[in-house]
Design a protein around this ligand. Structure first.
Ligand code: SF4
Length: 69
């Protein structure tokens, strides 16, 4: 799974960075960036999806890659 932040959409509210500081942080411009793109733990994936849904501007893009079932 690949996680990106669209900085054109991000308003720097800090929700993602405060909720999952292991994955998101605010850069020098106060916009979110992904510091850890890949996670192998299922829990983390679900958490990332929840954070993405909680982003007020839908700036967090989550792309599922082909994975083993
Ligand atoms: S939750 Fe969304 S708008 Fe807020 S800092 Fe994160 S990416 Fe930006």
């Amino acid at each position: 799974m690949n996680v990106e932040v669209d900085k054109d959409l991000c308003i720097g509210c800090g929700f993602c960075a405060s909720t999952m500081p292991s994955v998101f942080e605010l850069d020098d411009d106060g916009l979110s960036q992904v510091i850890k793109k890949e996670n192998e733990e299922e829990n983390t994936k679900e958490d990332i999806l929840e954070v993405a849904e909680g982003c007020p501007t839908n700036a967090i893009l989550v792309e599922e890659e082909n994975e083993k079932e």
